[in-house]
Design a protein around this ligand. Structure first.
Ligand code: HEM
Length: 416
């Protein structure tokens, strides 16, 4: 039996420490969790993401108090009750809508920072994989949320995305993977209706947030042993450097403790981010709201041009470049290929892309190609846009096939 001091004041640090080891927890998670000095503001994006997720949860809880998951009432519960009847309901809705869009911008910045600096290699593979799981779950979460206001885009996006599974009920892979009635099973009906809204409501407010929280814990846990990378990909002996810091040689040490030193920098970046975020919430929230979705869902009136939110456009454009079943395969490819990055990159170099020769070109081509796909995904598939979109989709696929060869040939870079 452990020793408990009978004189310790209830809920004092000592009392809590004896029961919950709070001091050990604090040391492991913050005051002795070491961060390299050689990093820049891009390393604050993880915290910005965590804070934005927090805002989504809080604003979502307020919206949940008035939202009604019913095909007859959902639209009005959002556009009338929350927007004009509930005090500050509009504010929570704008925060939720803007955060749902901005979180993807930050996720893409965070992902491309990882790709640029090679932060997915040499012991950091699980950080990358848990990050990708977060990306996929966030995508599902955003899609489910988009269905809930039951506007025209909610309905028709729900229709188009669930239609993608039609391939499986026909002759996918020559009938090898055949699930007749799969689309109806997913929808719970022949078309999106009450069963559809009910299950997406459950996924959006319960199951997926739970999975996201678990994945964030996994992501943070995966960071603990390899620690974060740095701007030069330098392999740091964290224990030795931490000893220097603890011995008072703070200038010579290459690391700083997460709390309070790095945290103060994170909070500074968060402050700037929130200025930008609330500027959008108060003055430009409309960018996060599709005007078509301010018309109630109508299963008899197909909008002339159906497109997803901006963050799905690049993979949507890959899908559109092909006819139905191959399109589904390449869409699936686009979604999962990033998972394999740590294994497709065959070079042992952990260094910024700028020092990695052909990989530098690969990185910028990928980024430009995905921006191009995003722009083309928003345009209707007519005239010259179709062949250009197809070319961009082919380039995307070709880049991933080329990656193992390019990186295999890469020369070792002299690390610092
Ligand atoms: C909303 C979800 C996410 C949260 C809350 C989150 C949080 C964090 C935090 C706090 C860090 C440490 C500090 C930093 O480098 O920013 C980090 C690092 C990292 N994250 Fe995420 N992340 C998320 C999503 C992702 C995604 C989608 C990916 C990519 C697939 C990813 C890949 C990484 C990588 C590779 C690192 C290590 C960076 C390094 O070693 O320098 N994360 N994440």
């Amino acid at each position: 039996m452990a020793h408990f001091d009978p004189n310790a004041r209830p809920f004092s640090k000592k009392w809590l420490n004896e029961r919950l080891a709070v001091e050990t927890l604090e040391r492991v998670l913050s005051t002795e969790y070491w961060i390299p000095k050689n990093i820049n503001f891009l390393w604050a994006m993880g915290m910005v993401l965590a804070a934005t997720f927090g805002l989504l949860v809080i604003s979502g809880i307020f919206l949940l108090m008035y939202y009604i998951p019913d095909t007859q009432k959902a639209f009005d519960s959002v556009n009338y009750t929350i927007m004009s009847q509930v005090g500050y309901g509009w504010l929570w809705r704008h925060i939720h809508g803007v955060a749902a869009s901005v979180v993807f911008l930050i996720i893409y910045i965070h992902m491309f920072t990882g790709i640029y600096y090679g932060s997915y290699k040499k012991g950091r593979e699980m950080i990358w994989i848990s990050g990708m799981l977060l990306f996929v779950t966030f995508s599902g979460e955003a899609f489910a949320g988009y269905v809930l206001p039951w506007g025209q885009m909610s309905y028709w996006a729900g229709m188009v995305i669930t239609n993608l599974f039609e391939g499986f009920s026909a002759d996918f892979m020559g009938g090898a993977l055949n699930f007749p009635g799969l689309v109806e099973w997913i929808r719970g009906d022949y078309v999106p209706g009450q069963a559809f809204i009910g299950r997406f409501f459950m996924l959006h407010v319960f199951l997926m947030p739970l999975v996201i929280i678990a994945l964030i814990v996994l992501h943070f846990g995966a960071l603990r042993i390899p620690h974060v990378n740095n701007q030069d990909g330098e392999e740091i002996d964290f224990e030795a450097e931490a000893e220097k810091w603890k011995a008072g040689h703070r200038k010579e040490s290459k690391v700083i403790p997460f709390k309070p030193v790095f945290l103060s920098k994170d909070v500074f970046v968060l402050g700037i981010y929130f200025l930008f975020f609330f500027y959008l919430v108060f003055y430009h929230f409309e960018f996060a709201m599709d005007p078509v979705n301010f018309d109630p869902a109508d299963g008899l009136k197909t909008p002339p041009h159906i497109y997803p939110e901006w963050y799905f456009l690049w993979s949507y454009e890959v899908l559109r470049a092909f006819s139905k079943n191959p399109g589904l395969v390449w869409f699936g490819f686009a979604q999962v290929i990033f998972f394999l990055l740590p294994f497709l990159d065959r070079s042992p170099n952990v260094a910024p892309a700028s020092r990695r020769g052909p990989f530098k070109i690969w990185f910028w081509l990928l980024l430009i190609d995905m921006i191009g796909l995003t722009i083309l995904g928003k345009l209707p598939p007519v005239g010259i846009f179709t062949p250009i979109g197809t070319t961009f989709a082919y380039i995307f696929i070709a880049l991933w096939f080329a990656l193992p060869f390019i990186t295999k040939m890469e020369k070792p870079v002299g690390g610092k």
